[in-house]
Ligand binder design. Structure first.
Ligand code: SAT
Ligand code: MN
Length: 574
């Protein structure tokens, strides 16, 4: 994440105010640091000084972001055994965390607003909201008072991962555009420019200012005739966003370019086109499952200048994880993320399931030439998706904008390792934003619905839903996925061009027989991929309606309720 990149955009959008916490303790600077601090803009300097008074650090270092600085920080951490160098790859490093600090902690991620309803809807069944955690300003003040004063007084003990799992709290103050994070060093909890700012705070700014901050990848797809389109796609964490964003298409003549793999900021331009930027500078991707077969572009991206967390390590200075799919040379041994000797077949995995790579986007061999374009890229289609082993077809298209918003609100997916959930369960994850909402989901859905009616002459993107993960009775995937997913993108593009036939079904438009290009694919059962089992859909439609009506209560937009009721009605008539 490049703060400069984020800040460049912030300047267009709003001025984030920085936290000021009064305390009597005097900050201590060295001469050199004085210079760095002196060069800061006034309100940033105030923030640093008041934070220093509050947290009482021994020293303050103002980061410049230079290469020299990065190397000296890594060198210091290496000397303290907090990171190890991976000599098989140029400037690659491994950090293994405290096993209690490996994922986002949703239960300790809160949004602080005066009114609870600004943050979460009130469920109609009297239970606590599943759509975020609200904290009152009074409780927030108290909780912060229990954590921050003097918290940097004691030196960090070398060779241990600094975290405080009992006291972890990630607090957002959307009205002040502030974030305060305590006790975790895990990406989503501590890289504050990412989920905390670019999604939670930014989604609130976007609502206030009429744009969208979304948990979406952005990719460019060019057909063999040279026609290029951009699409944005929302999938829950660890559902293959990075793989799709960097796909190597298996259909001859097609080309994919990557704009971003996780976050999209989008607004309609003066010509009514939805334009998207990726506010990030790099990728923070899940390592397990990444291989030269599943994502060769990611493998090339992470071959240098990359920080790995919680992956395994080879004795010859390389990395290892489940599904890396590279042979271990004779004589080379493995060490697991917990630091124990590891051999294939061991009960525990070598890499943590949520182990990650953090790597510069510019190293990805297929970055789209427009990926840093300040006006953003024009989005023609929005794709929702999830990990659905049963019942959900490979691809379907929404009937219209409100139906598409309903499809986004009805997203469900098998749970992943990116958060603290146990086991594999199907979770509701509206717009893949459930863990990242900066405000009430009911208001969020209304904001999306308004995109159709606000402003004139808008070219609304068409909306699709995909599922690469449907399985047969024996539990085998019905669809090869990865590079073959370009067949689905091809169908989507031909729908946009008015050239692909579709059948109307109760859930949406599915490809007419023969309209999805399956040429050269062996053994794909198209019928099983597109079947709509009535009993499954009756249950699904009922669950969606119940979830939305109970969770959103009086904040459920009537247009979404209408869509939920209509899905149930259409399914009943199947
Ligand atoms: O867990 S993170 O938020 O850092 C990454 C993700 O879930 O997409
Ligand atoms: Mn994500």
């Amino acid at each position: 994440m490049s703060p400069a990149r984020i800040l460049r955009w912030c300047r267009h959008l709003a001025h984030p105010r920085l936290s000021v916490w009064p305390s009597s303790r005097q900050a201590h600077w060295t001469a050199n640091q004085q210079e760095g601090v002196g060069a800061l803009p006034g309100h940033v300097r105030e923030f640093v000084e008041s934070s220093a008074r509050l947290c009482a650090p021994q020293d303050i270092h103002v980061c410049t972001g230079s290469e020299h600085e990065a190397q000296s920080m890594l060198g210091l951490m290496e000397a303290q055994s907090q990171v190890v160098r991976l000599p098989r790859h140029q400037n690659c490093w491994l950090a293994c965390t405290d096993p209690r600090d490996v994922a986002r902690v949703e239960s300790r991620t809160v949004i602080v607003t005066d009114s609870q309803r600004d943050t979460v809807p009130t469920p109609s069944d009297g239970t606590a909201s599943k759509l975020g955690n609200w904290m009152s300003p009074q409780v927030f003040e108290r909780e912060m008072g229990l954590r921050f004063p003097g918290c940097m007084k004691d030196g960090l003990s070398p060779s241990t991962w600094p975290c405080n799992p009992e006291k972890t709290l990630i607090a957002h103050l959307p009205d002040q555009r502030e974030i305060l994070s305590f006790g975790s060093g895990y990406g989503g909890n501590s890289l504050l420019g990412k989920k905390c700012f670019a999604l939670r705070i930014a989604s609130r700014m976007a609502k206030d200012e009429g744009w969208l901050a979304e948990h979406m990848l952005i990719l460019a797809i060019t057909n063999p005739a040279g026609r290029k389109r951009y699409v944005a796609a929302a999938f829950p964490s660890a559902c293959g966003k990075t793989n799709l964003a960097m796909m190597k298409p298996l259909l001859p003549g097609w080309k994919v370019g990557c704009v971003g793999d996780d976050i999209a900021w989008m607004r309609f331009d003066s010509e009514g086109r939805l334009r998207a930027i990726n506010p990030e500078n790099g990728f923070f991707g899940v390592a397990p499952g990444t291989s030269w077969k599943t994502n060769p572009n990611a493998m090339e991206t992470i071959s240098r200048n990359t920080i790995f967390t919680n992956v395994g390590r080879t004795s010859d200075g390389g990395v290892y994880w489940e599904g890396i799919d590279t042979p271990i040379p004779p004589g080379v041994t493995l060490t697991s993320w917990t630091g124990s000797p590891w051999t294939p077949g061991d009960a525990e995995p070598c890499a943590h399931p949520n182990s990650r790579f953090c790597t510069p986007a510019s190293q990805c061999p297929i970055m789209d030439p427009e990926w840093e374009s300040p006006q953003g890229v024009p989005i023609d289609a929005i794709i929702f998706g999830g990990r659905r082993p049963e019942g959900v077809p490979l691809v379907y298209e929404a009937f219209n904008w409100p139906h598409g918003i309903f499809i986004g609100s009805a997203m469900r997916s098998e749970s992943t390792a990116a958060a603290e959930h146990k086991g594999r369960v199907i979770l509701h994850d509206p717009f893949a934003m459930r863990p990242f909402l900066g405000y009430n989901l009911g208001h969020y859905l209304q904001h999306w619905l308004n995109m159709e009616t606000e402003g004139s002459g808008r070219h609304l993107p068409r909306i699709f839903h995909v599922n690469w993960f449907r399985k047969d009775r024996e539990g085998s995937y019905l669809w090869p996925g990865f590079g073959d997913n370009c067949r689905v993108l091809d169908w989507i593009c031909r729908r946009l061009d008015g050239e692909a036939d579709a059948l109307e079904t109760p859930v949406g438009y599915v490809p007419a027989p023969g309209s999805l290009d399956l040429s050269g694919l062996q053994g794909v059962q198209a019928e099983a991929l597109f079947s709509l089992p009535k009993a499954f859909w009756e249950h699904e439609a009922a669950q969606i309606r119940e979830y939305l009506t109970v969770q959103l209560g009086p904040d459920l937009p009537p247009a979404i309720l209408w869509e939920a009721e209509n899905l149930q009605r259409r399914v009943a008539e199947m």
